[in-house]
Design a protein around this ligand. Structure first.
Ligand code: UDP
Length: 345
């Protein structure tokens, strides 16, 4: 059944792919984004890929002065539920500026909760992260693994999960899924939307892509002395389109659930690749050289993590379908068609 769905952070990397999938599934979408870490061009591109009803509210969920207007807009839109992706996501910056991370990420979630309560639209899919597992679990990691983030960014994800659990306990009308993403990479196969970091990329794939296109001289590999098969860090890379599809599945699943449900669900491919394996795959996909140098480990990094994605398969009938080759080919298509991200045109 077609629904009216709010997507906070809908102009961002993951949000733009989620918006496309929701529109393609027949839903109407209201994007709320302040473009702090995203670009208005993404909205035009979403519309090119997925024609349908898409509204935009350019406001900051963490700004108390915008809150009333956001609440009104969500009510007027006639929201049935939301996907909440808005927030800051740079681990290093969160260590330097913890208060900024707590006020922005938790403040945004609280404003959205207030608005959904006012609109009586108490279905929510929250973009959480595998970072909530810290370094305390054996691989593959299951949802009942131990949690404990190692930096303020990760703690905002964990705290919001906990806040949502309290809210659903107090008010049985809520239905909530916390999607714990592993490492989203790749881009829409059209090459029209993708990841567009504002600054020097923190994450591996956007960095590799910028080296391949010639914007950066070489990749720094953070450590080759981990207890992994080639000594470099191992992660569970998941194609952003697979990830986006998981949100549609999660919302569908929530529709059929009784009130009061709250579930944590991993979205990962269930396979780990090392940094050097990712570099080789990207090299093959782009046919470009990717020079790299080995450096010291990055503080806070863990050796290896990959998902047990069985629960998503069981509950949502979802599993990752796209290979590492497709992730690299699609990431490269986006990067080569948009060498400077959305800022080129
Ligand atoms: N990594 C790297 N060089 C970079 C960025 C990342 O060697 O410039 C490594 C990092 O140490 C980790 C993997 O690539 O083993 C994935 O890092 P990313 O920051 O993308 O994700 P996360 O660490 O949050 O899982």
């Amino acid at each position: 059944m077609a629904k009216n769905l709010v997507v906070t952070g809908g102009a961002g990397y993951i949000g733009s792919h989620v918006a496309v999938d929701l529109i393609n599934a027949g839903h109407d979408v209201l994007i709320i984004d302040n473009f702090v870490n995203s670009h208005p061009k993404a909205i035009e591109r979403i519309k090119e890929i997925a024609p349908g009803r898409i509204d935009l509210l350019e406001r900051d969920l963490a700004n108390a002065d915008h809150a009333d207007e956001i609440v009104d807009a969500i009510k007027t839109f006639g929201a049935d539920g939301a996907v909440h992706l808005a927030g800051l996501k740079a681990v290093g910056e969160s260590v330097e500026k913890p208060a900024k991370y707590y006020s922005t990420n938790i403040g945004s979630a609280l404003t959205l909760i207030r608005a959904l309560e006012a609109a009586n639209a108490k279905s929510l899919v929250f973009s959480s992260s595998a970072t909530v597992y810290g370094d305390y679990n054996d691989n593959p990691v299951t949802e009942d693994g131990e949690t404990g983030a190692t930096n303020p960014y990760g703690r905002t994800k964990l705290f919001i999960e906990e806040i949502l659990k309290d809210i659903a306990r107090a008010d049985n009308d809520w239905k909530i899924v916390n999607l714990r993403y592993f490492n989203p990479v790749g881009a829409h196969p059209s090459g029209k939307i993708g990841e567009d970091p504002n600054d020097i990329p923190n994450n591996l794939f956007p960095y590799i892509a910028q080296v391949a296109i010639g914007r950066r001289e070489k990749l720094t590999v953070f450590g080759n002395d981990y207890a992994t098969r080639d000594g470099t860090g191992v992660r569970d890379y998941i194609h952003v389109c697979d990830l986006a599809r998981g949100h549609v599945k999660a919302l569908d699943w929530l529709s059929g659930q009784k009130n009061g449900v709250v579930k944590d669900i991993n979205l990962g491919a269930g396979v780990g690749y090392s940094v050097l394996e990712a570099v080789s795959a990207f090299k093959r996909a782009s046919n470009r050289d990717i020079p790299y140098e080995i450096a010291a480990r990055r503080e806070g990094d863990i050796a290896e993590i990959y998902a047990d994605a069985g629960l998503a398969n069981e509950l949502l009938n979802w599993k990752a379908e796209k290979s590492l080759e497709e992730m690299c080919a699609d990431h490269w298509r986006w990067q080569s068609q948009n060498p400077n991200g959305y800022k080129t045109d």
